[in-house]
Design a protein. Structure first.
Length: 134
């Protein structure tokens, strides 16, 4: 009789353990299912990119490079329909894009200095005008 009770108790404990493990397994399956959804994969990738400062700097450098290349091509070509001029403009765009993207940090620091100088000068002019008007 005693062995029978011990056996029933052991079976009960095993059933509880099995129920807990089944619940944990279901939670893991749900977690994996959520993580492999395409939208969640894209979202996680963007979060990882946003968290990495090197990638941000590279993206900013590339954007600056592309923009400066495009603007320089538009300035060089203007409204020309000459195929040679257009090819030269495209080559110029590629060259400027590459140089600018590779030196983005230097260009950003120069741009910041120029902006500070312009805004500082603008503030001084506004202060002089305010004093002169009073």
């Amino acid at each position: 009789m005693k062995k029978n009770d011990e056996l029933k108790e052991a079976i009960g404990l095993l059933k509880k353990k099995q129920a807990i493990e089944l619940r944990l397994l279901k939670e893991q399956v749900h977690t994996v299912h959520e993580s492999i959804k395409p939208m969640n994969i894209i979202k996680n990738a963007f979060h990882q990119v946003a968290a990495a400062p090197d990638i941000k700097n590279n993206i900013i450098g590339s954007i600056i490079g592309l923009a400066s290349g495009y603007v320089s091509k538009k300035i060089f070509i203007g409204g020309s329909h000459n195929p040679i001029t257009r090819i030269m403009g495209t080559l110029l765009q590629i060259g400027i894009t590459n140089v600018t993207a590779k030196n983005a940090d230097t260009i950003k620091s120069i741009g910041e200095k120029v902006a500070k100088f312009v805004f500082k000068k603008s503030d001084k002019d506004n202060l002089k005008n305010s004093i002169a008007n009073n």
